[in-house]
Design a protein around this ligand. Structure first.
Ligand code: BTN
Length: 489
């Protein structure tokens, strides 16, 4: 394909249109190091400093990937451009309808699709793509990010080369008739929230024609949006504080992050069964600084506690919304993903984010003990679900006549001998050493020596016997990553 590279142009898309007027025949690509009159969607300007990628691909109309649904072109472009970055940089971007490419809620690339008519028929397709490489100029309604900041390496020098590679990639992908799978892989999941500042609506579907269908979460009315200038924004698009909830069977862990990228969180651990639950919740919410969040992003493994928390949040005008189970850095092809709990995905993702180049065993000790194994390359190897320490003690008592009911948090497990010398010691020593033995066995057996990461209420007990990193709020860190989307795989 013909590729025309320039140091500077008014706009690669405007120039492409001029070339068409001069009878240049599609396909061809126009790439520039900078633009003096870059154009964005809705008549906006696209700031185009040197060090970015400014690129326009012109396709002949017969190469429209889905001619029966002409409106789907922007979605196709977004999907294939996301696939390009995935393949080239192992970078998982999020597509926000119809075609913004985001990393962790911040805009990395914008796409402007234009077409010409040839009489009554569709003419050449003019596909303009702008990618922030070195700088991240501000864009309306949205935070932005540059590729160099994400990947932590210089790239701006390669802008023209990158544009040429993208042109070839997209040209090849015009043959991909099943592109919708690619779109769904990168796009926001159904159920994600949009807001116009007053109302909340949840994403119901994106149609074959590329329309966005939203359902108002109060009135349940459906709207179908075909134009981008509709006033609704994805809730994570803004620099909002994040309030997250990890809802267990009885405990709710809440974490408040001042913004999506801050490491500091206010954390509360509340017991849904406590009479003082509503009061404790109110106290925690009071301690959160202004502006107060109005959405709580939650995950749960149980529906009743979800409803209970949701009701308790109502008087505080807080809406509880589910966080999608979104794979980011980890590849789950070795597991039945639909059966993998969102809490376990959160753990695997948060651990991989912290230790990207290491093999990992993530052990969460609560009502259950779960273990997630992730390889150095980020493959999810599988996991274990075991009874938790207290669950085992309960069951020993329940299933026998004579064994006492021990409460793990009341017992001194710090100075256990290898073997017990009375009933209580025998129960405790067996309980702890059984878990340690399993971890040591896994450490010996796995081909790559894993780093052990502990989390969960009972992790402190096990950490005395194991060499491990302890992260108190690992699940919530994973929830935060999944809520915002985007990752370096
Ligand atoms: C948006 O508003 O998100 C779309 C921005 C599209 C910008 C690109 S940069 C290359 C091409 N030339 C332009 O003038 N615009 C597009």
């Amino acid at each position: 394909m013909k590729k025309l590279a320039f140091d500077s142009l008014d706009s690669t898309s405007t120039h492409a249109a001029r070339l068409l007027d001069e009878n240049e025949s599609a396909p061809f690509a126009v790439i520039a190091k900078t633009q003096t009159a870059g154009r964005g969607r809705s008549g906006r300007q696209w700031e185009s400093p040197k060090g970015g990628l400014y690129f326009t691909l012109v396709l002949p109309p017969e190469k429209h990937p889905d001619p029966k649904h002409p409106g789907s072109l922007p979605l196709w472009v977004a999907s294939q451009t996301a696939a390009f970055f995935h393949e080239k940089f192992s970078l998982r971007l999020t597509i926000k309808w119809p075609n913004d490419l985001l990393f962790a809620g911040r805009k990395l690339a914008g796409i402007l699709c234009e077409s010409r008519m040839q009489g009554k028929d569709l003419g050449p397709l003019i596909i303009g793509i702008g990618v922030n490489l070195h700088d991240a100029p501000p864009v309306t309604e949205q935070q932005s990010v540059a590729l160099e900041e994400i990947l932590q390496k210089p790239l701006a020098e390669d802008a023209l080369k990158l544009g040429e590679q993208l042109a070839d990639f997209l040209w090849e992908k015009t043959e991909d008739k099943d592109w919708r799978k690619t779109y769904d892989f990168f796009a926001l999941e159904n159920g994600q929230l949009y807001t116009d500042g007053k109302r909340l609506a949840s994403l119901y579907n994106v149609t074959k024609d590329g329309n966005l269908q939203l359902i108002d979460i109060q009135t349940k009315e459906m709207q179908s949006l075909s134009s981008v200038s509709h006033g609704y924004r994805w809730v994570y698009q803004e620099k909002n504080p994040l309030l997250l909830a990890d809802i267990g069977n009885s405990l709710v862990k809440l974490a408040y992050f001042t913004d999506a990228s801050s490491d500091k969180a206010l954390i509360a651990r509340l017991d849904l069964r406590d009479e003082s639950f509503a009061l404790d919740l109110a106290r925690f919410l009071d301690s959160i600084p202004y502006p107060k969040p109005w959405i709580v992003h939650g995950i749960t493994v149980a529906s009743r506690p979800w409803e209970k928390l949701s009701e308790a949040l109502n008087p505080h005008r807080l809406t509880l919304v589910p966080v999608p189970k979104r794979p980011l850095r980890v590849n789950y092809s070795a597991y039945n993903f639909s059966q993998l709990g969102v809490d376990r995905v959160a753990l695997a993702e948060a651990a991989k984010q912290k230790y990207p180049n290491e093999a990992l065993l993530v052990l969460s000790a609560g009502t259950c003990i779960t273990i997630e194994a992730v390889s150095k390359e980020g493959a999810y190897l599988g996991g274990y679900i075991l009874p938790g320490l207290q669950t085992k003690l309960n069951s020993l008592h329940l299933r026998t006549d004579r064994l006492p009911l021990l409460k793990i948090y009341e017992e001194d497990t710090g100075s256990l001998d290898l073997f017990g010398h009375n009933t209580k010691e025998a129960m405790l020593s067996g309980l702890i050493h059984e878990s340690i033995a399993l971890i040591e066995y896994l450490g010996r057996t796995l081909p790559e020596k894993p780093r052990l990461i502990l989390t969960g209420g009972d992790a402190g007990i096990l950490s005395r016997f194991l060499s491990a990193d302890y992260h108190e709020a690992l699940t919530l860190e994973g929830v935060r990553l999944m809520a915002k989307g985007g990752a370096v795989c």
